[in-house]
Unconditional design. Structure first.
Length: 429
């Protein structure tokens, strides 16, 4: 029976004494109204423990380099002047009471990297919980808009780390010491943001110097990763498609009359996209987006395509009586025509070699023997002379075919490198 009684006593919850309004009023008169000064700190060095309760990320502006979050801070400290645990009159009946900052001393803290309102954290509408042991818990809430040093290297596959820095105001490290709670960032009420996903946090403690005195500070570094689907569908894919379109201008025949207008239209479209992207990026030079470099390179290719198109059209409309310069003929029938595969082997009579050792377009030695060898040599030389004497229209066609393939290779290579860099940066960070 004795063991059963002990077991029941251990399992039953603690039963406090009878509570009454008069008893709490007497407690407040004894401990708060008589001799309590809100300007006097409870100890020589007050230890304040901080935790950040994150409710939601309102916005993370890359161009303004600011982060806005909704949440509240949990502050705990001890005030031995409000310890009634050893007072049998109240300790058994009143485990805790509530008050506000007008009647209880509180640490003067600020959000040091705030860009909207730099003032002492204060809210008389938020009650403080005063426990019988003298421990005080206070949870002031707010919208914290802080400066965020953004890194746009892998935009729009970027990951940002932004700080919420809390430090004392007026009090120095001698009077107040700031500690970080074991559960520094709490997500019990957190709601996900549509553009940014929460990835984690880290904390640091440091000492800052203000007006020649050291002040304690703690920082909560929040890590957010962008959800790139919107920017991929509305920016990245259209830009890649426009880049491919800039090379198709060399496929248009010069007689169509649309080559120049098409080139300028694609160039202006890219200039517009570059302006749109620049509006979303900060105007600092701390980091440069890979996407911006890609756009500038494609824009440079677009400018070159305008110049090349003008030259091609000039060649196309040249008077046929004007001879083609020898250097241009040699260049065109050499590397340009080979790279462009212009008319295949008919123009590149010395371009490819058969397994038997004969070059394409060149008569075999067995064919050169016999009664008709002179006629075959003469026929071959006539064809070779025709290939060597290119017209301006032939030059125009060779240039178009050459730059079509060159542009496609360059743009595809640049696009693949861009996507690889963005994906690697997104995964690694």
């Amino acid at each position: 029976m004795a063991l059963l009684a002990i077991y029941r006593g251990a399992c039953l919850p603690t039963v406090w004494g009878s509570y009454s309004f008069a008893l709490e009023d007497s407690l407040r008169t004894t401990y708060l109204d008589t001799g309590y000064n809100t300007f006097v700190r409870p100890l020589l060095n007050v230890e304040v423990t901080l935790a950040l309760n994150l409710i939601t990320l309102n916005s993370l502006s890359i161009s303004d380099q600011t982060m806005s979050i909704a949440g509240y801070l949990t502050m705990t400290w001890s005030d031995n002047r409000l310890d009634w645990s050893s007072d049998s009159t109240y300790s058994s009946s009143i485990p805790a009471i509530y008050s506000n900052e007008n009647y209880v001393w509180r640490p003067a803290l600020i959000i040091e990297n705030s860009v909207k309102d730099i003032s002492v954290i204060s809210d008389e509408n938020v009650l403080m919980r005063l426990e019988s042991t003298g421990n005080i818990t206070w949870t002031p809430s707010g919208i914290y808009v802080t400066h965020c040093e953004t890194d746009v290297t892998f935009y729009p596959f970027d990951t940002q780390e932004c700080d919420v820095t809390v430090s004392t105001w007026g009090y120095t490290s001698i009077e107040i010491t700031l500690f970080i709670a074991s559960e520094a960032v709490r997500l019990s009420y957190y709601k996900e943001n549509g553009e940014w996903s929460y990835e984690g946090f880290s904390t640091t403690s440091a000492t800052n110097t203000r007006e020649g005195s050291s002040t304690p500070q703690v920082s909560f570094k929040l890590k957010f990763k962008r959800r790139p689907a919107f920017h991929v569908l509305n920016s990245l894919i259209p830009m890649v498609l426009l880049a491919l379109l800039s090379s198709i201008v060399f496929k248009l025949p010069p007689d169509s009359g649309e080559k120049m207008g098409y080139t300028l239209t694609v160039l202006l479209a890219y200039a517009v996209y570059l302006t749109i992207i620049s509006d979303d990026l900060p105007s600092t030079s701390n980091s440069t987006a890979i996407l911006t470099i890609y756009l500038l390179l494609v824009l440079a290719l677009g400018v070159l395509s305008v110049i090349i198109t003008i030259y091609v059209l000039d060649c196309h409309h040249k008077d046929e009586d004007v001879p083609v310069p020898k250097w241009l003929t040699k260049l065109s029938t050499g590397c340009l025509a080979k790279f462009a595969c212009w008319k295949d082997h008919k123009c590149l009579c010395g371009g490819q070699v058969y397994p038997d050792g004969n070059r394409r377009g060149y008569p075999k030695e067995t064919e050169m023997k016999g009664n008709h060898s002179d006629e075959k040599r003469a026929s071959f030389n006539d064809k070779k002379c025709k290939h060597d004497s290119l017209t301006w229209k032939d030059i125009c066609h060779i240039l178009d075919a050459f730059f079509l393939r060159l542009y496609l290779i360059i743009i595809v290579a640049m696009t693949v490198l861009l996507l690889m860099a963005l994906v690697i940066g997104y995964v690694v960070k």
